[in-house]
Design a protein around this ligand. Structure first.
Ligand code: AVI
Length: 339
């Protein structure tokens, strides 16, 4: 990322939630099996959304965050800026801040700066992208009193490694920003949150950013922008598969589709086959015949109600402590305390 900066790989390893981003690295064979299983699933062809993020995919995602139609990232940044002093105060001096899917660490600077007013801070950005971590380290290198420990890998594996280095009594703040929680299926999100909680100690905190429900037309434009950046981001997933598995997906024969599913309160992204075609992924020994109009689902992006977020916190063993909402683009930053 997310990626969100760069979100990572995938739905098939470590906990394997359907449609979930960045849970794990995983070896090539495991990743390949995941692709075969999801692409050939009867009734719903799917490719885990983590395949959206290779080097170009991460750059395209960064471009999405600048689109006038995609208000999410700017809302996230605004709320964090506003909430940072209070979060720092609640955490107290010298915390360990761990960020899941840090990307370039742009949003986090406000929290770190507020915390540094109270004393030194340890910061562990976790991301699957080495280049994003390097950018993050460079960006934050100038902050006096900040020690940065970039960790390449999955969310949960990276968090376990970061926590192994916490000093005695050091308070921990885990950040999960940018509404990456929305990219998990509703079924798989609660166990993921419980696993995070299980790794924390009482009074540690978890800051979660979540995009809220808003007008369907607004969401539709955000995920199907007129400049076609999201379409390029979506189609690049096929190029990523081609490169990984010696495939021959022809991107020109697919169309980007983003639909807001009101019942499920989520954007669903698809790639629609524009004609009947057979695709070959040689390294997987997979021949795939797609009918004209047949769709492959590539991402879910859930939108939340604020009460629903509180329920998720309680179910995972957290106490919702504070919530900040952006006035311009409904987006919530939730601070949950482990209890
Ligand atoms: C990373 N994630 C929170 C983004 C979202 O809004 O669900 C990914 C994205 N997909 C299309 N546009 C942005």
């Amino acid at each position: 990322m997310p990626l969100p900066g760069s979100v990572a790989f995938p739905a098939t390893c470590e906990a394997a939630p359907e449609g979930a981003p960045a849970l794990a690295g995983g070896d090539a064979a495991t990743r390949g099996r995941g692709v075969i299983e999801s692409l050939t699933r009867p009734g719903l062809r799917e490719i885990p959304s983590t395949w959206l993020y290779d080097e170009l995919g991460s750059v395209l995602f960064e471009a999405i965050t600048l689109l006038p139609e995609y208000g999410l990232t700017r809302a996230d940044e605004r709320v964090i800026e506003r909430a940072a002093p209070e979060i720092a105060r609640l955490m107290g001096p010298s915390p360990l801040v761990v960020e899941l899917g840090s990307g370039s660490g742009k949003k986090t600077a406000a929290i770190l700066a507020a915390s540094l007013e109270l004393g030194p801070v340890d910061y562990t950005p976790i991301d699957v992208s080495a280049s994003a971590l390097e950018a993050c380290r460079e960006k934050l290198a100038e902050m006096p009193g900040l020690r940065v420990f970039p960790t390449e890998g999955s969310y949960l594996g990276g968090l376990a490694r970061a926590l192994a280095h916490r000093a005695t009594g050091q308070p921990v703040l885990v950040l999960f920003l940018g509404s990456t929680i929305g990219n998990f299926s509703r079924r798989e999100l609660p166990p993921f949150l419980r696993r995070i909680r299980g790794m924390l100690r009482e009074r540690d905190r978890f800051l979660v950013g979540a995009d809220l429900v808003k007008a369907a037309a607004t969401l539709q434009r955000a995920y199907d922008d007129p400049a076609g950046v999201t379409a390029a981001f979506n189609k690049n997933l096929l190029a990523h598969l081609n490169a990984a598995f010696d495939g021959n997906f022809d991107l020109a024969r697919f169309a980007h589709e983003a639909v807001y599913n009101e019942d499920e309160r989520r954007i669903e992204m698809y790639l629609r086959s524009e004609e009947r075609q057979t695709v070959h992924l040689q390294a997987l020994d997979l021949h795939l015949t797609l009918e004209r109009g047949e769709r492959i689902r590539t991402e879910l992006s859930h939108k939340f109600h604020s009460g629903e977020l509180d329920a998720l916190a309680h179910a995972a063993g957290f106490l919702p402590e504070r919530e900040w909402i952006d006035a311009e683009w409904p987006f919530a930053e939730c601070l949950w305390r482990a209890e």
